[in-house]
Design a protein around this ligand. Sequence first.
Ligand SMILES: NC(=O)c1ccc[n+]([C@@H]2O[C@H](COP(=O)([O-])OP(=O)(O)OC[C@H]3O[C@@H](n4cnc5c(N)ncnc54)[C@H](OP(=O)(O)O)[C@@H]3O)[C@@H](O)[C@H]2O)c1
Length: 174
Amino acid sequence: MSVVAIAAVGRNGAIGRQGDVPWHIPADWQRFKRVTTGCSLIMGRATFEAIGRPLPGRGSIVVSRDPDAGRKWLESGPGGKPLAEHTTVLFVDSIAAALAAADHTRTVWIGGGAQIYRAAWPLTEELDICEVDQSPEADAFFPAIEPAVWHEVERDQRDGYAFVRYHRRVADQG
Ligand SMILES: NC(=O)c1ccc[n+]([C@@H]2O[C@H](COP(=O)([O-])OP(=O)(O)OC[C@H]3O[C@@H](n4cnc5c(N)ncnc54)[C@H](OP(=O)(O)O)[C@@H]3O)[C@@H](O)[C@H]2O)c1
């Protein structure tokens, strides 16, 4: 199955501000929860902490350079709580280790934030983007979606945003 980056992205590439998402779109969050359930979800330590708890029903793979990150989380408030059914949390120290640990029988989701989208970019095969019709102030940005590299295959227009799917263009072998 594919490795797919999932993100809500403003017209200016914005994805985050001061550790949070700069808009409130419940339909996007609900869709995110629905499509990632049952799958591996790779995210940076900052995004995992910002969400505040392991999302139930899926395998969170948290990337951190800190070898003690897992222990620190276990000893923290949220880390001390029992996990919901079919919920796992694994800390790894690289994108390569995250992909090696992921369940590739289903879509492997790259859930951000900016550092992780960037680090996983060369290995990302598809993009699942909520294109938000806003250009908010931000300090975290999605990589540029270059038309030479990414081919739009699906667009579901809503009021103020659109769910858009991109496939990586196959490199010209000639
Ligand atoms: N709009 C969206 O769809 C969306 C989705 C997700 C997040 N966000 C936003 O994005 C922002 C957070 O993004 P961010 O870039 O600051 O943080 P992030 O990517 O979530 O996490 C950064 C952390 O990941 C670890 N890390 C990064 N690259 C690594 C690598 N190559 N190898 C090993 N570990 C690595 C480091 O953890 P250690 O410091 O522990 O070493 C680093 O501090 C927030 O504002 C959040 O709300 C938006």
